[in-house]
Design a protein around this ligand. Structure first.
Ligand code: MRU
Length: 368
């Protein structure tokens, strides 16, 4: 997508220099800056600190992290060490172990001398595929929004939570792809953007929508139920960090509350989901999906611009205030109207998921 008239991907590699450049999300939307990771460790740090974030993007970043390890040392031990370092950075999004697994699968049978070229090529393929998947999700979601608009003949109000935008992927985004395409096609859209405490990823969504000229309104996380009750939301559209084959959706903390409110108010609830976000191995989402618990300071400290427009922070709670900060929750499939995928909009059931992705297509990568 474009920033200041220039096309950017969220992350791009310079194979000859053995480095990866990325849009640094740490100070967005206030400060737009790019950064460079020169080693596996630097990629791992950027993922951990959420300077690159969003399930698809952290998978791609990790794939390049493996390529960097191969550049330094193509041995099995080096790949294994890099995999372990990257895998533990963020536990919830399955895209991370999926991408690492895919890299390992590709590299394991090769001789050490063949691995360098293959590693960068495979990481780049994962990045390019992400863009294609999101574009295809965009077309699936566009068809859904076209139907909604044909039926209602008025502006479609979408509520979204967190950021499943282009900055959370290599390009397009999962939730934003259909929105950008519908806007481009002249369908009147308005997006209610949940602020998404404590990391305020909604600000990134608002920045992306503003960049594309899509009408939107930032709301506090608690406003959604009220808006739905008053008929001000036509559908909810969120991203996902891990979807089970039964259709349970793990996404940013607060998603579940939106889904429950949507059901109560007969508002359709959709999750935008590319194949690498599906975890075919999970039986019980509530018991088995690891929910990341993040630092207490994310809750106690709020970051933004001060009156002099300097990037700054304020402490909104004393340091001794006990804090819990679970970063994700699980929305059971029964609340999910549909999954917007690269294969179309499908029902969130095991039968439908297995029909669209027969077992032979499931990557072995994260099953091992
Ligand atoms: O903690 P984050 O900001 O990485 O969480 C992001 C989300 O929950 C997104 O909805 C999800 O990763 C999908 S991004 C296309």
């Amino acid at each position: 997508m474009k920033v200041g008239g220039r096309h950017y991907r969220s992350l791009w590699a310079d194979e000859s220099a053995g480095v990866v450049h990325f849009i640094d999300q740490a100070r967005l939307p206030h400060v737009f800056e790019t950064a460079t990771a020169r080693s596996t460790e630097e990629i791992a740090d950027a993922i951990r600190a959420m300077r690159v974030r969003g399930a698809p993007l952290i998978g791609v970043a990790a794939a390049f992290g493996i390529a960097m390890a191969v550049s330094r040392d193509p041995s099995d031990a080096s790949i294994s060490d890099a995999s372990n370092k990257l895998r533990v950075t963020r536990p919830t999004a399955v895209n991370l172990p999926w991408a690492i697994g895919r890299m390992r699968e590709k590299l394991a049978p090769l001789k050490a001398s063949e691995r360098l070229v293959a590693a960068w090529k495979e990481a780049q393929a994962i990045a390019d595929e992400d863009v294609k998947l999101n574009e295809a999700i965009g077309r699936s979601g566009l068809a859904l929004l076209e139907r909604e608009h044909a039926a209602s003949k008025r502006t479609i109000n979408i509520l979204t939570h967190c950021n499943a935008g282009w900055i959370a992927t290599v390009d397009w985004g999962t939730v934003t792809a259909p929105i950008f395409m519908a806007h481009e096609a002249g369908i009147p859209i308005h997006v209610w953007v949940d602020e998404t405490r404590p990391r305020n990823q909604g600000l990134l969504t608002a920045w992306e929508l503003a960049g594309a000229g899509v009408p939107h309104t930032l709301v506090t996380d608690n406003a959604g139920g009220h808006l739905m009750q008053r008929g001000m939301v036509d559908l909810v559209m969120v991203g996902a960090d891990r979807v089970t084959r039964r259709g349970d959706v793990c996404n940013k903390i607060g998603t579940y509350l939106k889904a429950v409110a949507a059901r109560e108010n007969n508002v359709p609830f959709y999750a935008a989901v590319p194949l690498p976000t599906i975890d075919w191995g999970i039986e019980d989402a509530l018991k088995e999906i690891p929910i990341e618990e993040r630092s207490a300071d994310e809750v106690r400290v709020v970051k933004g611009l001060d009156d002099a427009k300097n990037f700054s922070h304020v402490h909104i709670a004393p340091p001794e205030t006990p804090v819990a900060n679970p970063a994700f929750d699980v929305t059971p499939a029964k609340y999910v109207t549909g999954l917007i995928t690269e294969k179309g909009v499908i029902r969130a059931t095991e039968k439908d998921l297995l029909q669209y992705w027969p077992r032979a297509q499931h990557s072995k990568a994260f099953l091992t």
